[in-house]
Design a protein around this ligand. Sequence first.
Ligand code: ZN
Length: 112
Amino acid sequence: MKTIFEGDQLRIDVLNGYVFMSHLGAIGTGVSTPEMRRACIAFLEYSETEGLLPCPVCGGKELQYSISLDDDGDTYHGVICLKCGITGPQMCVKHSAMRAWNLLPRNQEVNL
Ligand SMILES: [Zn+2]
């Protein structure tokens, strides 16, 4: 069992590919939006980034998903390169963000 997030109200564990979400707060109380958001981010950071091409700018392979939330509560998904910091196109769903990242123009000669 690996704990990928532990906050005041919520804990997320992963075991053999299954995700377990535990509510740590008192029964009947909700999980606050900021904590839910942090939990989502932790989960996405944990999620595999397999299937993503290296960074189009620096060729970096250390990539991370990001989710941002606007004032209307809409979420935007994107891919960030941890080496040079560029962010791919922001999309409404994760697989679109992955696809948009992979479609960015790349220089074939980038050394990986
Ligand atoms: Zn990069």
